[in-house]
Design a protein around this ligand. Structure first.
Ligand SMILES: Cc1cc2nc3c(=O)[nH]c(=O)nc-3n(C[C@H](O)[C@H](O)[C@H](O)COP(=O)(O)OP(=O)(O)OC[C@H]3O[C@@H](n4cnc5c(N)ncnc54)[C@H](O)[C@@H]3O)c2cc1C
Ligand code: FES
Length: 279
């Protein structure tokens, strides 16, 4: 069992757990993930390693409540334990000195971008970050991303904080301004990653995205996380999750993400009915 050492409610519906997992912490690298199963009857879900402490032997995960398993996870508190916590999985993010890297983070994707931005900064890159959320009350880790960025632009869809609008607008302006950008890392909802990739494509700037198809085993055996990149079939869990955003077949990803929508909705409604008194 993996004990939850700390729980923080970062913003409504997004929570942070620090979990005791020394073996995972020993090998974790930016861009990797764990597969979590709450108990022996639970489903397995992938969550990114948002931070880790090798000495203390713990891993930080940040998750958004979107369905049954993440809502169940949100009911756990510090002192509770998780049955399975498998990792680190996936190919680590490609870190080297590229020059200037623009890191674009959307929503809960901020937790995925933060360790990558830090590793890129440690490798000698100059980091410019764009952080977006629907509104001010859903923004988190502005300080964490800001601390590794030479410049941080914050956007909210409703204009409640920072600049009103979506992340692609400052990204496009930055590229049009003649700023020399050597690489873009864009991580957030799939639709955001698609539009960031479309924004950078005319400028020919390599854009890395982190794909989030449905995963089951996380080790390349079930085929569930199949995506198409550059016309080739890839498994996001072992070939990714990071890929070249200009090569991704986004329509296939969107379609495969929706495969179990009816079942997910039904499961969540049943769970909400049976747990309505618990919150
Ligand atoms: C490599 C990777 C890293 C991820 N990291 C994070 C993270 O750090 N924080 C975070 O909040 N979310 C992350 N996700 C997404 C997270 O796994 C899903 O939100 C979670 O599985 C939803 O489970 P659920 O039962 O609560 O919701 P469900 O009702 O099952 O699904 C709700 C939504 O989540 C998607 N989803 C469902 N099951 C999976 C699955 N097994 N794998 C991927 N997506 C699924 C569905 O397409 C649907 O859109 C990551 C996904 C991947 C592939
Ligand atoms: S999750 Fe099974 S092959 Fe990737």
């Amino acid at each position: 069992m993996y004990k939850i050492l700390l729980k923080q409610d970062l913003v409504p519906g997004i929570h942070l757990f620090k979990v005791a997992a020394p073996a995972v912490a020993k090998k974790a690298q930016a861009g990797q993930f764990v597969v979590v199963r709450i108990d022996e009857r639970g489903e397995r879900i992938p969550l990114t390693i948002a931070d880790w402490d090798e000495k203390e032997g713990n891993i930080t995960i940040v998750f958004m409540e979107v369905g049954t398993t993440t809502a169940r996870l949100a009911l756990l508190e510090a002192g509770d334990a998780i049955a399975d916590f498998v990792g680190p999985l996936g190919v680590p993010a490609h870190i080297e000195k590229f020059g200037t890297v623009v890191c674009v983070a959307g929503g809960v994707g901020t937790a995925v971008v933060a360790p990558i931005a830090r590793a890129l900064k440690d490798a000698g890159n100059r980091i410019i970050s764009v952080l977006g959320a629907r509104s001010q009350d859903l923004l988190f880790w502005e300080d964490r991303l800001g601390s590794v960025s030479e410049r941080l632009i914050v956007t909210t869809d409703d204009g409640s904080y920072g600049r009103k609008g979506v992340v692609t607008e400052p990204l496009k302006e930055l590229l049009e301004s003649g700023e020399k950008v050597d690489r873009v890392v864009a991580i957030g909802p799939a639709i955001m990653m698609k539009f960031c990739s479309l924004t950078t494509q005319p400028f020919g700037i390599k854009t890395i995205v982190s794909l989030n198809p449905i995963m089951v085993d996380g080790t390349g055996m079930c085929g569930c996380c199949r995506v198409s990149v550059g016309g080739e079939t890839k498994f996001a869990c072992v070939d990714g999750p990071d890929f070249d955003g200009h090569q991704v077949d986004w329509d296939l990803l969107f379609a495969r993400q929706r495969i179990y929508l009816d079942e997910e909705k039904c499961s969540f409604e049943q769970w909400q009915k049976s747990h309505s008194g618990l919150r």
